[in-house]
Design a protein around this ligand. Structure first.
Ligand SMILES: [Zn+2]
Length: 412
């Protein structure tokens, strides 16, 4: 065959392959109304990643639902009967998988298991177990790292919240390094009270290592809060909670955290931790770029209402309405509502757009924790997607995809 004919044949083959490659490679298409524009789109997935997004004229489903990136929750103490904080060997690989699966049903595709104030031994044990499970292929990369909330927090009643006083202590870098190693270097963020002895140096060292420092469960002055921010603290943990009920109206930790533009704020929007007007004010001040919706869910979330016992043997009450209380100390005991409820509530309370609500529950945490492969719907990102309707009190999740795999589909 003459050289010219051979070249033409090659060219035709390449054009053919480029044209029909889509049908040769297994691609999944997911359709919905894009959360940013509310226009119908088709998202194409290959190998767990988004490869193409295009607007379409109409959707095949007569009852279209919204499509958004999966939710990212930075504070999950446990879920559906599984606690990440308990001692005594209750935490298992099966438990971690069960909690993850139940979170998928609520639209959470990435989360930071959160360990609260406890002994060094318990924290090390549970961090090591979580680290072993983190890369289980069955979890599809849903665990992005861990949040250590305490034990270096205020010992004062009210500011301490439900963290047990006997385990609260001052920052201890050597101990923290042991915990960090046990976690497989996967502690992404730590919540600390900046007024404690040694806290500033601790904050500096964490920041230098790329660990996101959050301030919370504290009673710090304006000067200390400003110094913590200068040393690298970036976010207030569940602003408005982990704070005493009775405070001085002028001098208290809320004003300086609200006034500091460099501090982001995570807020719990479950209907019990903050009043609607607090959410409105926090949102107006911090705005959709510096607010993160968090859940602070515990193992009692997704369980039936009733009386339970915590590890200390104390009675915990989960009300019909979904409030979780530690009546002996008259404090809330974390939350029973996943962030899908927080998203629906902040939409209603503040009148923000769906795009802004998803920014606060997916895009912002992905940026803060350096999870550059998720938190948006863009080509080249993980296909972590949720299809949902906006219900009265929560997002009604219809389907959840994690790394392109359909992991949850609601019953019709
Ligand atoms: Zn807390």
């Amino acid at each position: 065959m003459p050289a010219i004919a051979s070249r033409i044949l090659k060219l035709i083959t390449v054009i053919f392959l480029m044209t029909f490659a889509n049908t040769l490679i297994a691609r999944t298409k997911v359709e919905g109304l894009l959360y940013l524009t509310k226009k119908p789109v088709s998202v194409e997935i290959e190998d767990g990643m988004i490869v193409r997004i295009r607007e379409v004229k109409r959707l095949s489903d007569p009852h279209p639902v919204f499509i958004a990136p999966g939710l990212i929750d930075n504070q999950v103490n446990g879920f559906a009967g599984v606690s990440f904080c308990f001692a005594g060997g209750e935490l298992t690989r099966e438990g971690i998988f069960k909690a993850t699966q139940e979170l998928w049903k609520k639209g959470v595709t990435t989360y930071l298991p959160t360990l609260t104030t406890n002994t060094k031994e318990v924290l090390k044990h549970n961090l090591a177990l979580l680290s072993d499970s983190k890369n289980d292929s069955a979890l599809l990369g849903s665990i992005a790292g861990f949040h250590l909330e305490g034990p270096y927090i205020s010992p004062i009643d009210g500011y301490r919240g439900a963290h047990p006083l006997k385990y609260v202590r001052k920052p201890d870098w050597n101990e923290f390094m042991e915990l960090y190693e046990a976690s497989g270097k996967n502690i992404k963020t730590i919540t600390i009270a900046p007024e404690l002895d040694g806290a500033m140096e601790f904050i500096r060292k964490c920041t230098a290592m790329g660990i996101v420092v959050a301030i919370g469960h504290h009673n710090a002055t304006r000067e200390i809060i400003e110094e913590a921010v200068l040393n690298g603290a970036r976010i207030s943990t569940h602003l408005g909670n982990g704070c005493a009920n009775t405070i001085n109206r002028h001098v208290n930790p809320l004003w300086p955290q609200l006034a500091n533009d460099k501090l982001m704020a995570s807020i719990i929007c479950d209907g019990f931790h903050l009043r609607d007007e607090e959410i409105t004010v926090f949102y107006k001040i911090k705005g959709p770029d510096k607010t993160i919706i968090t859940s602070d869910v515990t193992s009692f979330a997704a369980l039936p209402p009733g009386e339970y016992k915590n590890e200390e043997g104390e009675t915990i009450i989960l009300t019909k309405e979904g409030m979780l209380r530690l009546p002996a100390q008259n404090v809330l005991y974390g939350s029973a509502s996943p962030i899908s409820r927080g998203v629906a509530r902040i939409l209603k309370i503040t009148g923000c757009s769906l795009g802004e609500a998803i920014r606060m529950s997916s895009t912002n945490p992905s940026k803060l924790y350096g999870l550059s492969d998720r938190g948006v719907i863009e080509t080249g990102k993980r296909a972590d997607l949720i299809l949902f309707e906006i219900g009265d009190s929560e997002l009604v999740i219809k389907k959840t995809y994690v790394k392109g795999k359909l992991v949850y589909e609601a019953q019709q």
